[in-house]
Design a protein around this ligand. Structure first.
Ligand code: ZN
Length: 245
């Protein structure tokens, strides 16, 4: 079965729709969303409703989702992110808030272990290098862990001797997950990519072939940017989308 792995949608409806269409074309039968559903962009309620409407979807929370419902200390966010959280908290409907309240930043699923940040600190730790990944591999047993939070598509592979190596997951290139090794896989960010490629990023996990393939999908960035500006959110949040940073 093919599973679409999405993370860090961040209230970007245009990017989400483009990714869902692409995933359908790839015969994805189910969806996993690794948190940070909201924050930064201007369509939190629409994005939550769209994800909740999918026939087979597994959701976890990110730090922005928890902050938007008052379950996370906003003071550790940078001022721009905090401003977007305050805007998001105001915009949420009761239904949207109820859905976010039901989510945790870590969950076991049939496809693997799901965390937003890391296995060690699922709500907040960034896995940007092999040293941090190694701590997550040691924290508990799993064959495959999917994570987000960094907004960078990446793979960390731990071999049978415990040696951890990181690599980038490049657009359209299938990576085979060889048996005997363990993997931490990040599909990149749907709604706010930060690797200088502004196209939406997500992954297709094929549990028959045991492959992960990241896809980069163009979307109507200008429309999303206009919504951010119209909402009165900080202009830098619009600007960064076309820079992919
Ligand atoms: Zn995020």
């Amino acid at each position: 079965m093919r599973v679409a792995i999405l993370s860090d949608v961040h209230s970007n409806l245009e990017a989400l729709e483009a990714v869902l269409i692409h995933a359908l074309e790839q015969q994805a039968r189910s969806h996993v969303v690794l948190g940070d559903i909201v924050g930064y962009n201007a369509d939190p309620v629409e994005v939550i409703a769209r994800l909740a409407s999918l026939p087979d979807v597994t959701l976890i929370a990110g730090n922005h989702d928890l902050a938007a419902i008052g379950r996370y200390d906003v003071s550790i966010f940078n001022p721009v992110a905090a401003e977007a959280i305050a805007w998001t908290a105001e915009a949420l409907t009761a239904d949207a808030r109820t859905l976010l309240t039901s989510l945790e930043p870590k969950r076991r699923a049939p496809v693997g272990l799901l965390v937003h940040g890391s296995v060690v600190k699922p709500d907040i730790e960034y896995v940007f290098n092999a040293e941090t990944a190694e701590k997550s591999f040691k924290a508990e047993p799993f064959d495959v862990c999917f994570f987000g939070h960094t907004h960078m598509p990446a793979c960390y592979r731990r071999d049978a001797d415990g040696f951890v190596v990181g690599s980038v997951l490049a657009d359209g290139t299938a990576l085979h997950l060889d048996p005997g090794a363990r993997f931490m896989l990040n599909p990149g960010s749907v709604g706010q990519p930060r690797d200088r490629d502004p196209r939406a990023s997500y992954g297709i996990f094929d549990d028959d072939a045991m492959t992960i393939t990241v896809h980069r999908v163009p979307y109507d960035i200008e429309r999303t940017q206009q919504k951010v500006r119209d909402a009165g959110l900080p202009g830098v949040l619009a600007d960064r989308l076309s820079d992919g940073r």
